[in-house]
Design a protein around this ligand. Structure first.
Ligand SMILES: [Ca+2]
Ligand SMILES: [Ca+2]
Length: 394
């Protein structure tokens, strides 16, 4: 029964699981009364050396402009990306399998030494035997493509991989035919937007409506027993800006409305036992909340949402049971016509990595990353990033 439940949860959170593959390790599982409980953790040491300063030390996405014409090298070391998680499956009823999951890391706040806990996941799921399920809480985006393997904590965001985690109410239907599964999901989700007008109301919430996210996916074994995944996803939301005076006092509510929307295709394709290809391509506008457009959402000077397109492609090699290597390219490119001088106009990232399981619970990983960030009518800034990460996973 537990394994059946796991299969359902697995189908449900497929994109999340593919992303987590590199860190998979057995959880501490036990039965507490009628409940099946998994406790898991990833206790990590992360270290990175950069030849140029980036927007973040442990989750670098783009290179910052040079200061006085010079590159400025950086070094960081932190445990703040360690994770703690809990999965609980409640006793099944005649109609429903009920389960839930919560996960935190410590990526909140600016301190690398005494950071604050950050909510990553907190959701419950209700799954019926006929493949219908409901998820409520904070989970991976409904439209999200399988993420690339990456040691850097950016997870590919603003580097070609769209999507993060957010509060949502999702319904999903899976239909099996033969060895294939067709999945369709629709969600009402939070639209995060910064306060671009400075009036104090967060622009996504000021819109007064939830965002809508959707996906349709096909999962089927093609070249290998391990199933391939092809998906189409999308999102639509709004952000509203108030009109403010020079003291940032609101003089007109909901003055301007900007769409935030995207369409995305993604795939995860095992080619043979050893090699897999993972990729996505997308286009949209006002994508900062979905980690696209290199963190830029609305150009208030030109009075338009910033459009952007991008994607990523990765070749993964599962060389031995213990060793996985990959190489990838990611691109996030806003529409130049939507930008002002000095805005980030293109972010190209190449990376190659190796993950080695020293024991089933201890993983060592290294990564080389090349980030090239263009600034409109300005510099192209390059960063060479060398990363080491080791984690104790259970
Ligand atoms: Ca506002
Ligand atoms: Ca409003």
């Amino acid at each position: 029964m537990w394994s059946e439940k796991r299969v359902r949860m697995g189908v449900f959170a497929s994109s999340l699981m593919i992303f987590a593959l590199a860190y998979s390790a057995q959880a501490v599982s036990f039965k507490a009364g009628e409940f099946d409980v998994d406790i898991y953790a990833s206790l990590r040491l992360f270290a990175a050396y950069d030849t140029q300063r980036c927007n973040s030390d442990d989750a670098a996405m783009w290179a910052l402009p040079k200061v006085a014409g010079d590159n400025d090298n950086q070094y960081t070391m932190t445990a703040r990306r360690s994770r703690l998680g809990l999965k609980v499956a409640a006793p099944s009823t005649e109609l429903f399998d009920v389960s839930g999951r919560a996960e935190i890391d410590f990526a909140s706040g600016s301190s690398g030494t005494s950071p604050n806990p950050r909510l990553r996941l907190a959701y419950g799921t209700l799954a019926m035997k006929n493949g219908f399920s409901v998820l409520a809480g904070q989970a991976a985006e409904t439209f999200q493509a399988p993420g690339p393997m990456m040691v850097n904590n950016s997870a590919g965001n603003n580097q070609g991989h769209l999507g993060t985690r957010r509060a949502q109410l999702r319904v999903r239907q899976d239909v099996k035919f033969g060895k294939a599964t067709l999945g369709m999901a629709l969600a009402a989700a939070r639209q995060d937007g910064s306060d671009e007008d400075g009036g104090g109301a967060e622009d996504g919430q000021d819109a007064g409506i939830p965002a809508v996210q959707a996906r349709i996916e096909l999962k089927a074994p093609i070249f290998t027993e391990k199933p391939a995944l092809f998906m189409l996803g999308g999102a639509y939301g709004q952000e509203k800006l108030d009109q403010v005076d020079e003291d940032k006092k609101i003089i007109k509510n909901d003055d301007k409305t900007y769409d935030s929307k995207l369409v995305l295709v993604g795939m995860s394709l095992p080619l043979c036992k050893m090699f897999s290809v993972v990729g996505e391509a997308w286009t949209g506008e006002n994508l900062a909340t979905y980690q696209g457009g290199i963190g830029q959402r609305i150009n208030t000077t030109l009075d338009k949402a910033i459009s952007a397109s991008g994607g990523s492609l990765q070749l993964q090699a599962h060389l031995t049971q213990a060793l996985t290597m990959s190489m990838a390219y990611g691109l996030d490119e806003p529409d130049s016509g939507d930008l002002n001088k000095g805005n980030r106009s293109k972010n190209s990232t190449m990376w190659a990595n190796a993950f080695y399981q020293l024991t089933p619970n201890v993983q060592v990983a290294v990564e080389y990353m090349h980030i090239a960030t263009d600034y409109k009518e300005g510099d192209e800034v390059k960063d060479n990033r060398f990363i080491f990460n080791t984690c104790f996973n259970f």
